[in-house]
Design a protein. Structure first.
Length: 309
């Protein structure tokens, strides 16, 4: 049997090696090329430049079957591509109450800002002091490419904050900031969120379910009051995608539902392992406590401090 055969792609005759797929043949001939996508992954599409010449046949590629780790083998979390900081302008287009003490603010940008899930940005709302916030998705998992969604407390210790946000107010942003962004690969993904720290944790969890659907995930969410556990729709989406280990906690609340555990969030963490990858977002005290627990077993921990949680 011949090692090569003819294939017609978009009306053009292409000589391909036995074992190559039509997409691989089109890539090799420069008909389509790899396109860089969000999270640093390569998608196939109409890229501006042709791909490199034909790779070796599938049966001869040494990495062709490396789709899962061997028993007992762990994969190191990959270092995400470094994103340059950029400044953007936009306007506040929507403010929606999520719970008695949390609102959702949507900023529409004039130009998209390149971010990874878990990154933070410096945000300046018109008439207010600059804040460091973590963009997220709406609680139902939707957003637009030119939007940034934020979860904010309704009141600060020194007075009302969200009530000072004017509709259509001008907004200035700069980012990305921080190193708590999502990194594909590694062991079990342990996600810990306190208060509005759920914002970056939700974006990480959502991305991980698409990029690594087989990766084990454990999510713990806490709030001061059970009424502020506003993320029920988000958790339902995660359950439908196969995440079974979801824990809700509340420090206080007479109307605590049966699935909400009492007490501090740190009391309900799973037993951490050295191979775990932990992302924690919330007030500095919660973040620090989880960092200590992760360090005690040698687990990697990526903190995302939220001063307004």
């Amino acid at each position: 049997m011949s090692a090569r055969c003819s294939l017609i792609v978009n009306g053009k005759a292409v000589r391909v090696s036995t074992g190559d797929t039509p997409v691989e043949a089109a890539l090799a001939e420069g008909m389509i090329g790899p396109m860089q996508a969000l999270h640093g992954t390569a998608l196939l599409g109409q890229a501006p430049g042709p791909a490199a010449r034909r790779a070796r046949a599938r049966s001869r590629r040494p990495d062709a079957l490396k789709t899962a780790p061997l028993p007992g083998q762990t994969i190191e979390p990959s270092e995400t591509r470094a994103l340059p900081q950029a400044s953007r302008k936009g306007s506040l287009t929507d403010v929606r109450v999520l719970s008695p003490h949390v609102v959702e603010a949507v900023v529409t940008l004039t130009k998209r800002l390149d971010l990874e899930p878990g990154h933070q940005v410096a945000v300046s709302f018109e008439g207010l002091a600059p804040l460091t916030l973590a963009p997220t998705l709406r609680v139902d998992g939707t957003t637009e490419l030119n939007e940034l969604v934020f979860h904010l407390p309704r009141c600060e210790r020194d007075g009302c904050f969200v009530e000072a946000l004017a509709p259509k107010a001008a907004v200035k942003l700069k980012g990305p900031l921080g190193r708590g962004q999502y990194r594909p690969g590694g062991g079990r993904l342990v996600l810990v969120a306190a208060g509005t720290g759920f914002a970056p944790i939700w974006s990480i969890a959502h991305a991980a379910r698409y990029i690594e659907p087989a990766r084990e995930m454990h999510l713990i969410v806490g709030a001061r009051d059970a009424l502020d556990l506003y993320m029920r729709d988000s958790l339902d989406w995660l359950r439908r995608t196969g995440v079974a280990r979801l824990v809700l906690t509340a420090d206080r609340g007479r109307q605590r539902p049966p699935d909400v555990r009492p007490g501090p969030l740190t009391a309900h963490l799973p037993t951490l392992r050295a191979t775990d990858v932990v992302h924690v977002a919330g007030c500095p005290s919660t973040v620090g406590a989880v960092q200590v627990l992760a360090a005690s077993v040698g687990a990697r921990c990526y903190p995302i401090p939220v001063d307004l949680g």
